[in-house]
Design a binder for this molecule. Structure first.
Ligand code: ATP
Ligand code: MG
Length: 909
């Protein structure tokens, strides 16, 4: 064994080994499976090759080698319960694989696996066990071929070749489709690894229930196509699909007893130890929290690098959940301040070379982790204490399972993901009703207006469409990849109807009024992808008498494109010649917005910084929307600059250069790639401008030929799309003209009303505002003079309450200053009196001033207290000094009553 070899080197050696055997290295695809709506995360190496096995797509190579990023925290593959509790299941892990697409088969796959394990890496032959398929039902032939090939490996122990049934050794992609026997390689780690030694009658064996035997590598031999529950057909070409657990093989080669003690994960646990200040012994005692933190932080970093930020549904929920779970396990070893950022730095250091997306998104990863940790910290305590009360009442009522709606409420209002609630409950011997949790979540999601994460496509109907596609491909009526005409050049093509579908059934003809779907031999329609919406248009016969309006186009299963819409007039039947026409005006609008989106992204990077990355985009005919990573709001100066520079770029009239080239080449030339997008070997690039391009992106969308076609670009809004993500909306072309026209007419009309020219509008408005202020000042002056005048009259007719001269005056919309001035006058005029001045403002609220003269103060009267008492009765409050106080109130209708009964308030305190 080569103890001192690093994990990174082991990965390289695997790739090199298979490259030497004629394999092409294919980079890992994103954790977000491109174009596969049935899967939340990439969970195996084969995900990016699915369409090759389905026969709906080809690759330019027949042998491939890769190291694929995988996540197993959802759906059929959910290992979360084991993560942190055992030493060889992770949420995120790497799967090494070698692939044959109709090329080599069992003989080579088996002997190469044996060679790299025993010769390159020096695994002890006597410790290796292999399994082959033998059907327990006796329906599918035993995989003797694999067993025979294993027997030929030098030094293999024949007794270590064992047979297992369907559950362990037969692989199926789905209910129907490609499938075949598999052969697994396990390693006997020695008796000391058995954790069931104490159990009476326990017996260690491959696929057993103890930790002694570890599955390392799964070799799948795809040789059948399942047509139904009992029907397998031999495939014309057989494939090999293998998956070797990278962390597991590294633990074996480095001869450590846990994946976490390899140099892939131990350095992360070292950082945790540093932050917590614990000793190695303490770490051994708390190994579970250390494992969870290292695993989850690594997973979250990879997810964020692939564009999955913390959020409330689907993938984003998983990202949030694992960050929060890591944070909670951190608190178990005393980590209170945000700490995941420090571990993520180590993740980026360890893995950045093999996965450059980590380095590229360094800041985004750290920012998102820290923000999410802080968010969680602010709510977690409340959530956990409520959960504590639930547990207490479950103890009292002897219930064992927490209701799902309560668990959902803990998440929705206190930020506790279901998985954490479950952890806490399990620690106390309880469980949670997960089904009803998800029901509550779904109800909440729909009622809060959030859309469905996954559309109806890829569901049950996928099989229906898959069936149609296979038949049409076989009859050579459509081609494998579905796209048969260039959707980018011609807006009208002549072709033929090959299938008509209504209510999920194929029919031979459709007529006026029918809602239906049409498959044509070729199509030039663009299908929604990369944020660009689908085309709309028409399918009609040459004479223009039979017209089908196309409202949408979709690819419901690999290889088949359906035009969805309504038969407007006449009828159509299968086999008929038709013209497929894209709505030209709409397509042009879309093109303008798509190219403008590229210009916008380029300017955002220039003006805001290189950290800006696309986090979502929508290109429609009437607007474009672009979401991007950026921590702060974009200032209005920055927005103005961005808008200006995009318009400059448009006027620069650069041409668009569309090329097809190898992915590697495009990336090394600096082309911007998208999160989560699945790229094939050959990619399409869009460069704006010759020489050093102004913008250079991988993109399959439709674009203008020269930037000046865009017309004008106007930003219509900027705001927050999610934490750490900003959203800009903008318009171009016709829509921009519409907005400019509308704004200009508004300005024109205003200028007309002001009887000035548009150029003088600004100074005219300023002049008006100055004039208005002058008038207001004058009104104030006049009303003050009037008020003082009124006071002079009122003082003549002053009334007495218990021999105290009491002035009562009512005003409306008088300034407070003016009322105070009257109060001062009064206190000079009457040395032993009191005044209550009221003022109704905007017919809506009452202001009161109460004044008490000095001599009366000496007798124990207090303006502040009088004001306070009055305020109480007019629905407000008040107070102030003994000589002068102020009050406010809302109940205008009570004012008269209060003023009439002033004797109630004017009294000593
Ligand atoms: P297990 O039974 O151990 O969970 P599996 O049967 O689910 O493994 P496969 O789907 O055959 O595994 O995946 C291929 C290889 O990937 C496995 O042999 C194993 O080495 C590795 N692997 C699978 N799941 C995980 C995981 N959660 N973490 C780390 N490695 C894994
Ligand atoms: Mg598994």
């Amino acid at each position: 064994m080569r103890k001192n070899i690093t994990g990174n080197k082991i990965r390289e050696e695997f790739i090199e080994f298979f490259k030497e055997k004629g394999h092409t290295f294919v980079p890992s695809s994103s954790l977000v499976p491109g174009g596969d709506q049935t899967l939340l995360f990439t969970n195996a190496g084969m995900v990016q090759f699915k369409d090759v096995f389905l026969g709906t797509d080809d690759r330019p190579y027949k042998r491939a080698v890769n190291s694929q990023k995988c996540m197993r925290v959802s759906g059929k593959h959910n290992d979360l319960d084991d993560v942190g509790r055992d030493d060889y299941h992770h949420t995120f892990f790497e799967m090494l694989g070698n692939w044959s697409f109709g090329d080599y088969y069992k003989k080579e796959a088996i002997s190469w696996a044996w060679e790299i394990l025993t010769e390159v890496w020096g695994l002890e032959k006597s410790k290796i066990w292999v399994t082959c398929f033998k059907d327990e039902k006796g329906e599918i032939p035993t995989d003797e071929e694999a067993a025979e090939n294993w027997k030929k490996q030098p030094g293999i122990d024949f007794d270590h070749i064992v047979f297992f049934g369907r559950e362990d050794n037969f692989w199926e992609m789905a209910e129907t489709g490609p499938c075949g026997p598999s052969s697994e390689i396990h390693i006997d780690r020695g008796e000391e690894y058995c954790d069931k030694r104490e159990d009476p009658g326990h017996n260690c064996h491959v696929n057993g229930d103890c930790h002694r035997f570890l599955e390392l590598w799964n070799l799948v031999f795809i040789q059948y196509n399942r047509m139904g529950p009992n029907k397998l057909e031999q495939l014309p070409a057989c494939h090999v699909d293998t998956g070797l657990g990278f962390e597991r093989i590294v633990s074996v080669i480095q001869n450590v007893d846990s994946n976490y003690r390899t140099d892939l994960l131990m350095p992360l646990m070292d950082v945790v130890m540093d932050i917590s200040g614990q000793t190695e012994e303490e770490r051994e005692k708390h190994f579970t929290p250390y494992r969870v933190i290292a695993d989850h932080c690594r997973a979250a970093s990879f997810l964020i690098a692939d564009g999955v930020v913390p959020g409330n549904v689907g993938r984003n929920y998983i990202c949030r959940m694992i960050i929060r779970r890591a944070a909670r396990f951190g608190s178990k070893i005393g980590l209170e301040d945000p700490f995941l950022g420090q571990i993520a730095r180590k993740v980026i250091g360890l893995y950045g070379k093999a996965y450059p997306e980590l380095k590229k998104n360094h800041k985004t990863i750290i920012d998102n982790l820290t923000r999410e940790e802080k968010k969680f910290q602010s709510t977690v305590e409340g959530g956990l204490s409520i959960l504590g009360t639930y547990i207490n009442s479950m103890v009292e009522s002897e219930k064992k399972v927490l209701r799902g709606d309560l668990a959902f409420d803990l998440y929705a209002t206190h930020g506790l993901p279901l998985e954490i609630t479950k952890d806490v409950l399990e620690e106390n011997g309880f469980d949670v009703d997960q089904k009803s949790f998800y029901e509550s979540m779904e109800k909440h999601r729909l009622s809060s207006g959030a859309g469905k994460e996954f559309g109806p496509l890829g569901g049950e109907d996928a099989e229906f469409y898959f069936g149609i596609a296979s038949a049409l491909i076989e009859e050579k009526l459509i081609k494998k990849d579905g796209i048969t005409a260039d959707p980018y050049s011609s807006l009208l093509i002549s072709t033929e109807v090959v299938s008509l579908i209504k209510d999920v059934a194929q029919i031979s003809s459709i007529s006026e009024g029918d809602e239906a779907e049409i498959v044509t031999r070729d199509t030039n329609f663009y299908i929604e992808s990369g944020g660009q919406v689908s085309d709309k248009g028409f399918i009609e016969t040459e004479n223009g008498e039979n017209i089908f309006i196309v409202r949408d186009v979709r690819k419901p299963a690999p290889g088949i494109i359906v035009h969805i819409g309504e038969m407007k007039s006449g009828k159509l039947q299968v086999g008929q010649k038709v013209n497929v026409k894209v709505d030209k005006k709409r397509r042009q609008d879309i093109k303008r917005n798509h190219t403008a989106t590229h210009l916008l992204q380029a300017e955002l990077r220039k003006i805001l910084g290189e950290h800006v990355r696309q986090a979502g985009s929508s290109v429609a005919p009437n607007r474009l929307r672009f979401d991007f990573t950026h921590p702060d709001p974009v200032t209005s100066n920055q927005l103005e600059e961005i808008e200006k520079q995009v318009n400059n770029a448009i006027l620069g009239n650069s041409i668009l250069i569309i090329s097809h080239k190898k992915l590697d080449q495009a990336l090394s030339e600096g082309a911007t790639a998208l999160f989560g997008e699945k790229y094939s070997e050959e990619v399409r690039t869009i460069a704006i401008g010759e020489g050093v391009p102004y913008s250079y992106e991988l993109c399959g969308g439709t674009h203008v030929s020269e930037t000046s076609e865009i017309g004008t670009f106007i930003i219509t809004s900027e705001g927050s799309a999610a934490a750490g993500i900003r959203r800009i909306e903008a318009v171009t072309g016709r829509k921009a003209y519409e907005i400019i026209h509308k704004r200009l007419s508004n300005i024109k009309e205003t200028a007309n009303e002001l009887e000035c020219s548009i150029d003088d509008l600004h100074s005219s408005v300023n002049k008006l505002l100055t004039e208005k202020q002058g008038l207001l000042d004058q009104v104030a002056k006049l009303s003050k003079a009037q008020a003082l005048n009124d006071y002079q009259k009122a003082k003549e007719e002053i009334s007495y309450i218990r021999e105290i001269p009491t002035l009562k005056m009512q005003f409306s919309d008088l300034s407070l200053n003016c009322m105070r001035e009257i109060a001062d006058e009064f206190r000079k005029d009457f040395s032993g009196g009191t005044a209550v001045l009221s003022n109704i403002v905007d017919n809506d609220k009452i202001q009161l001033i109460v004044a008490v003269s000095d001599e009366l103060i000496k007798k124990g009267f207090h303006a502040g207290k009088i004001a306070k008492n009055i305020a109480k009765d007019i629905g407000g409050n008040g107070g102030g000094r003994p000589q002068l106080a102020q009050a406010g109130g809302k109940e205008i209708e009570k004012l008269d009553d209060v003023l009439n009964k002033l004797d109630k308030y004017i009294k000593k305190e």
